[in-house]
Design a protein around this ligand. Structure first.
Ligand code: 5GP
Ligand code: ZN
Length: 114
């Protein structure tokens, strides 16, 4: 998708701090972090949202989840606890319509906040 911000990051046309890459997934730091670790994990292939990713070809959603886990290990939040969030649709606050998992960690993320 030529006008998609995250496709441009995949293509190297928009800079990003890449922290992890696998064959079909890419992870980079969120530009406006909400936690000490705030990484976005995307499939390199364009799918608008989690609905589309769930219906994509075999293994793509799996690879995105595995990449999120690899990021959590790399960022040393896998043991302490982290959150993986797919905002799905404008009503849920999705603003970039290239599916992305937010990987958040490094602070207290218990819910509801204590
Ligand atoms: P959403 O609201 O769609 O779930 O999340 C979009 C996320 O993308 C936001 O957390 C926002 O800070 C992040 N974001 C928006 N533009 C850019 C950008 O150009 N680079 C990076 N690294 N993150 C971005
Ligand atoms: Zn895209």
């Amino acid at each position: 998708m030529s006008d998609c911000l995250f496709c441009k990051i995949v293509a190297g046309q928009v800079p990003a701090e890449i922290v992890y890459e696998s064959g079909r997934a890419l992870a980079f730091r969120d530009i406006n972090p909400q936690a000490p670790t705030h990484v976005l994990v995307i499939p390199k292939e364009h799918h608008a949202d989690a609905n589309a990713l769930a219906q994509a070809d075999d293994g793509l959603a799996d690879e995105v989840l595995k990449a999120a886990h690899a990021v959590a290990v790399q960022e040393q939040v896998a043991e302490g606890g982290y959150r993986v969030v797919f905002n799905t649709g404008a009503g849920a606050g999705q603003t970039v319509f290239h599916v992305h998992a937010h990987v958040l960690g490094g602070r207290d993320l218990t819910w509801p906040p204590g």
